[in-house]
Design a protein around this ligand. Structure first.
Ligand SMILES: C[S@@+](CC[C@H](N)C(=O)[O-])C[C@H]1O[C@@H](n2cnc3c(N)ncnc32)[C@H](O)[C@@H]1O
Length: 286
């Protein structure tokens, strides 16, 4: 079947911009029925994924696809899933977690002790299937048992995609999710059954999962450590700025922000943070 691609601003310099009434309908449907803010994502990314979904369901035009979205809620979920690339794995970029274990967490625990505080709060934003917050929980259990017995440590993990959150709560993973996991951690914190790795219930209980769209943040409170890795890359620059300002607002003074290895602080955000480790993209709120 021959399909008409979504209309784009042909001949324009720079990335093609999605235009037209059909796209506007799709945007509104996603917002109304999926609570999803499409406009914040990079156009090229959106266009590729919309086109792939249209191909998958055999829709010839964006208008036809918008009609399908209205009829079939599962297609709305499938489109949101396609738009929010949710690849992750335990210990992804292991050197980042080494830094967190060896420098960042000890300094945050010392800061707590100096300030006479009895709790430490951690946030994982765009947590996908839970691999990132659970990795932190394993590191805490493995290397900071004393601190865990003295302090209340909470890990709050959020994502916009309800399906990945269900995966996170199930905590059952295929072998590919553990490719970067040190063997000793795998032995200690997973059991293997019928081809799946099941996470230790004690680690599962350390993390609370919530659905939250970064663009409509609800999380209150003050966090000591925020991981927002491999999420900003999909957002248009001005929305990245808004997200960084929002994250800064929920970090304690002296709190730490970690971005993905290919992400950087935009100029407006550089005034709010000092660089702790440029390679691992670790920043401390001034
Ligand atoms: C590539 S994954 C990153 C997972 C993990 N942080 C890591 O680095 O391995 C990006 C995640 O961001 C989530 N995401 C995308 N847009 C979001 C938004 N507006 N609000 C919250 N999460 C979002 C996706 O659903 C996806 O699970």
């Amino acid at each position: 079947m021959r399909r008409t691609p979504l209309r784009t601003a042909a001949g324009q310099d720079g990335p093609a911009e999605i235009r037209g009434a059909a796209f506007e309908r799709i945007r509104r449907i996603l917002k109304t029925f999926g609570g999803f803010q499409l406009h914040v994502y990079k156009d090229a990314c959106v266009k590729r994924r919309l086109d792939a979904r249209m191909r998958a369901v055999g829709c010839a035009t964006a208008e036809e696809y918008a009609d399908l979205l209205l009829l079939d809620k599962s297609e709305t979920d499938a489109l949101i899933k396609a738009l929010t690339i949710n690849f992750s794995r335990f210990f992804r970029n292991p050197a980042t977690f080494d830094r967190l274990r060896d420098e960042v967490l000890p300094s945050l625990f010392s800061g707590c002790a100096l300030a006479g505080r009895d709790s430490l709060s951690i946030r994982s934003v765009g947590c996908a299937g839970g691999e990132e917050p659970y990795t932190l929980a394993m590191i805490l259990r493995d290397s900071f048992a004393g601190e865990l017995s003295r302090l209340k440590v909470s890990i709050v993990a959020t994502d916009v995609d309800p399906e990945v959150l269900r995966t996170a709560v199930r905590a059952s993973y295929g072998p590919e999710s553990l490719e970067d996991t040190p063997p000793a951690m795998r032995e200690r914190f997973f059991s293997f059954r019928e081809g799946r790795f099941l996470l230790d219930p004690g680690i599962r209980d350390m993390v609370s999962f919530y659905r939250e769209d970064l663009m409509l943040p609800r999380a209150g409170g003050e966090f000591d450590l925020i991981l927002c890795r491999n999420v900003l890359i999909y957002f248009e620059r001005r929305h990245q700025e808004a997200v960084l300002a929002g994250l800064e607002g929920t970090l304690r003074q002296g709190g730490v922000l970690v971005l993905g290895k290919t992400e950087t602080l935009l100029p407006a955000a550089r005034r709010m943070f000092r660089v702790v480790c440029p390679i691992e993209r670790i920043y401390r709120k001034i």
